[in-house]
Write a protein that binds this ligand. Sequence first.
Ligand SMILES: O=C(O)CCC(=O)C(=O)O
Length: 263
Amino acid sequence: MHASLIQIAVNSDESVNSRRERAASLVVAQRGADLVVLPELWPVGAFAYTAFAEEAEPLDGPTHDVMAKAAAEARVWLHAGSFVERAGDGTLYNTSLVFSPEGKCAAAYRKIHRFGFDKGEAVMMGAGEELVTVALPETTLGLATCYDLRFPEQFRGLVDAGAETLVVAAGWPERRRSHWTLLAQARAVENQAYVLAVGSAGTHAGVEQAGHSIAVDPWGEVLAEAGAGEEVLTVEFDPARTATTRAQFPALKDRRLGLAAPR
Ligand SMILES: O=C(O)CCC(=O)C(=O)O
């Protein structure tokens, strides 16, 4: 399988419309890939909290339409990263969309773990309540967004639901880049799954983005890693290796669930 991870730059001096058009061109240029992935909240910027309400869109808004068209034009499966969704009741969500090569929306995932503690996304957005997997012809994707990467139970839940390739769309800050790389490898090793973790580049709202998108195999080996700037990271991988790794080193079968609480 050939995946293209689009580490787009999200800088404050570019408009949302311009970046949307640029992202679409980058997707279309990946024709020939099987899967293309964009990062978290790339239209507005993951830390541009003050613009969230103004740039919020319905599920079938401009980002949906532009990305559906780009997926169909490129004939690829497209994880279009996330955007600020305004639901029917007015609640904002950090929502990722996945499109088929025909441009049909195959899945929507609302970020489960909101970042910011007592500010930003954590107080401005609603939390997703559902795990989301997407069955591609070659592999089943399990979806996660940025801060979710710190919560192994979400990934185990995705594996229990059949995920073989874990896709993380992020807007991870440079300040904690060492955590990003370490956690991406940890999620791959403990779940014996591919991890495709896609961050953004650039600086917005005063927060420098880490870049360093990374593809990790089910043994925890790094297959490819981007630098800090805008870049399309391409990676070839054999999806069957998830099953062979799990069969040859069957640690997932040794899980002990339902242990007694300490006395
Ligand atoms: O967990 C982190 O260090 C970064 C999380 C984050 O930036 C986010 O979820 O938007």
